[in-house]
Design a protein around this ligand. Structure first.
Ligand code: SAM
Length: 316
């Protein structure tokens, strides 16, 4: 069980993040990186989400919750509610939706259409249903570093787009056009809502429900060109016949991306501790030039090596 001191140290280390005018959602406690394997605590614009990846932490959750409340209130940080999500391994797929539904442990539930701010863009988040909330908090630094590349404008293809936040951020920072591709209609609908929330006009053709490989092949055939491609795939996913795994498919995807991004940029990511920076780099063609390589931001400290490898590559 994490002591009061361990939680306090983690939260106080991040106190400066609460003064940001651009971002009001970030990590307060990052598992082993903050000295308690299996415990994640995130702050979302006045709400705290505790996630337990280790069932042995269950007996302590109300103490963890009280510690958080006390530490945050002595720093005058508002906490309207604290929720708890079970992230322990689930063997029965039938049970997953129920188990991943958060429960309220203190205060009130977030309001309907609850939104947060990250890098000065607004995003709806769902702290209750499902595994992910709608925003990946670890992408903050990557998005920030991308800003200067967007200033000259251009067209973006956002593969595996999820709730569309790379596109919203790019369009708010200089790009003129973005297309969002994902296999899930549910996330595409959420991406459209994020466009509206950020006052961005859209056309239904900007949201494509398709396997990303099929989409890329179609664009190559039609000789479509993009200035930027975001390639931020899951480490592994299975959707009907369209499986994706970094191990087997990454290089093939990069080859397809090259066809539609000549003289442009590809932001490619891998989020897995098992993949080293060296492995990540070696997946890319030799003639691509690395512009920058980013990892998780400061609120995601790690023990041995970073999870996130995100590089922007110039494609000749
Ligand atoms: C890790 S998320 C991407 C995160 C996103 N780039 C962001 O920053 O918010 C993975 C997404 O890939 C989608 N996905 C998985 N397999 C796919 C496939 N074969 N084709 C298209 N989308 C897929 C999932 O529906 C999910 O929305």
């Amino acid at each position: 069980m994490p002591s009061f001191k361990v939680i306090e140290q983690a939260i106080l280390k991040r106190e400066h993040l609460f003064t940001s005018t651009q971002t009001n959602a970030f990590r307060l406690f990052n598992s082993a990186g903050d000295n308690c394997e299996g415990l994640i605590i995130d702050y979302y614009n006045g709400f705290v989400l505790l996630q337990l990846y280790d069932s042995s932490l269950y007996q302590d959750y109300s103490k963890i919750c009280n510690d958080c409340k006390q530490i945050l209130s002595s720093s005058h940080i508002p906490v309207n509610g604290i929720l708890l999500k079970d992230r322990t391994k689930v063997n029965d797929p039938q049970q997953i939706a129920k188990l991943r539904t958060s429960i309220l442990v203190d205060g009130e539930m977030p309001p309907e259409n609850f939104a947060i701010k990250q890098n000065n863009i607004i995003a709806y988040v769902d702290l209750i249903q499902g595994q992910n909330t709608g925003v990946f908090l670890d992408m903050r630094k990557v998005r920030e570093t991308m800003v200067k590349y967007y200033h000259n404008g251009g067209r973006l293809c956002n593969l595996f787009c999820y709730t569309g936040l790379f596109s919203v951020h790019a369009l708010k920072n200089g790009l003129q056009y973005a297309v969002n591709v994902d296999i899930s209609q549910t996330v595409l609908n959420r991406a459209k809502q994020n466009y509206v929330l950020n006052d961005i006009q859209y056309d239904s053709r900007d949201f494509i429900k398709l396997d990303c490989r099929q989409y890329l092949k179609k664009q190559i055939k039609q000789k479509v060109h993009f200035d930027f491609v975001i390639f931020d795939p899951p480490t592994f996913s299975r959707n009907k016949k369209q499986n994706f795994s970094v191990k087997t498919h990454y290089r093939d995807y990069l080859a397809l991306i090259e066809h539609i991004t000549k003289d442009g940029y590809a932001l490619t990511t891998i989020n897995a501790v098992s993949m080293s920076v060296r492995d990540y780099r070696s997946l890319h063609p030799q003639h691509w030039k690395l512009e920058f390589l980013e990892h998780e931001p400061e609120d995601f400290p790690y023990k041995s090596q970073p999870y996130l490898k995100a590089g922007l590559w110039k494609i000749p």
